[in-house]
Design a binder for this molecule. Structure first.
Ligand code: N5H
Length: 259
C-alpha cells in the first residue's frame, strides 16, 4: 500500500483560481500520478480553470462546466466524463456559497431564500453528485469522495452563520453517504481546513483577526497551507486511508482542540 494514484482518475469540483483549496488538492493528486478532470461553476471561472489544468503534467486536460444547482446538468457532465474515461476513482467536492450579507452580524437575520441557497449549493450538491455517480456506476472499482467543511459547522464561529448550518448538514450528509456507499467500497469523508485566503474568503469581514487567532492559539501557532490540505486529500484518496469513512479530519494546526 502506498500513496500512488498512478492509473487512477479523479474529478475535482470547485477550482476558482490558484489559491483555491481545490487547486491545492489537484496539485497533490497530480503529483501522486492521478489523471484529473475539472468542473467549474460559472463562465467566469472557465479561463482560470483551463489555464491551471493545462499547467499540469497530463496529456490533455478535461474541463467541464457543471452548475450543481441543476440536476440535468450534473447528469450531462458526468455522462460526458463517463464517455471520456469510463471509470473514476474519486471526487473532490470543494463547493460552497452563501449571500455575503448573511455572513455578518446575527444568524437570526438569515432569510428563507438565503438559507435555501446556502444549503442547496454547499450541502445538497454533494448528495446530488453522489447520486449521479451511483446512477452511472462511475466508481465501479471503489473510490473515495472528499468534501470540504469548516469548524463553523460544529461550533458557533462569529459571522459564519448560515454557512455553519449548511456545513453541519454537509457533515451529516458525509456520514449518511458513507453508509450508503460503504458496500460498494466507496468511502466518503470531509476535511475541515483552517482559515485560508481563498477567493471565497475575500472581502469577508474580520478574516485577518481569524488568521491572527490561528497564529496565537492553534497548537501549531500558524495558519495551514494549501499543500497541507491537498496532501490530506491525497491520503484520503489513496489506499492508505482504506479503513476510513464517514470521518471529518481537521487540518487546522489543532485549532479545534483548544478552548
Ligand atoms: C468565520 C469565517 C468568516 C465569515 C464567513 C465566511 C464564509 C465563507 C464561505 C462562503 C462560501 C463564501 C461566499 O459564498 C462568498 C460569496 O458570497 C461572495 N464571493 C464570491 O462569489 C466568490 C467570487 C466566489 C468564488 O465564491 C464562492 N463561494 O463561490 C470563516 C472563515 C474564517 C473561513 C472560511 C472562509 C470558510 C469557508 O467556508 O470558506
Amino acid at each position: 500500500m502506498n500513496l500512488s494514484l498512478e492509473g487512477k482518475t479523479y474529478v475535482v469540483m470547485g477550482v476558482a483560481n490558484k489559491r483555491s483549496i481545490a487547486w491545492g488538492i489537484a496539485q497533490s493528486l497530480s503529483q501522486a500520478g492521478a489523471r484529473l478532470i475539472f468542473t467549474y461553476g460559472g463562465e467566469r471561472m472557465e479561463k482560470n480553470v483551463r489555464t491551471l489544468a493545462d499547467s499540469l503534467e497530463q496529456e490533455h486536460s478535461l474541463v467541464y462546466p457543471c452548475d450543481i444547482t441543476d440536476d440535468a446538468e450534473i447528469e450531462k457532465t458526468f455522462q460526458q466524463i463517463k464517455d471520456e474515461v469510463g471509470t473514476i476513482h474519486g471526487l473532490a467536492h470543494c463547493i460552497a456559497f452563501a449571500n455575503k450579507e448573511e455572513l455578518d452580524g446575527d444568524y437570526l437575520n438569515t432569510t428563507r431564500d438565503g438559507f435555501m441557497l446556502a444549503h442547496n449549493i454547499s450541502s445538497y450538491s454533494l448528495t446530488a453528485v453522489a447520486k449521479v455517480i451511483r446512477e452511472l456506476d462511475l466508481m465501479r472499482e471503489g473510490g473515495s469522495i472528499v468534501t470540504m467543511t469548516y469548524l463553523g459547522g460544529e461550533k458557533v464561529v462569529k459571522n459564519y452563520n448560515v454557512m455553519g448550518v449548511a456545513k453541519a448538514s454537509l457533515d451529516a450528509s458525509v456520514r449518511y453517504l458513507a453508509n450508503d456507499f460503504g458496500k460498494e467500497n466507496i468511502r466518503v469523508n470531509a476535511i475541515s481546513a483552517g482559515p485560508m485566503r481563498t477567493l471565497s474568503a475575500k472581502g469577508i469581514g474580520g478574516f485577518n483577526e481569524v488568521i491572527k487567532e490561528m497564529e496565537e492559539k492553534a497548537p501549531l501557532r500558524r495558519p495551514v497551507t494549501q499543500e497541507e490540505v491537498g496532501d490530506t486529500a491525497l491520503f484520503l484518496m489513496s489506499d492508505m486511508a482504506r479503513g476510513i469513512t464517514g470521518e471529518l479530519i481537521h487540518v487546522d494546526g489543532g485549532y479545534n482542540k483548544v478552548g
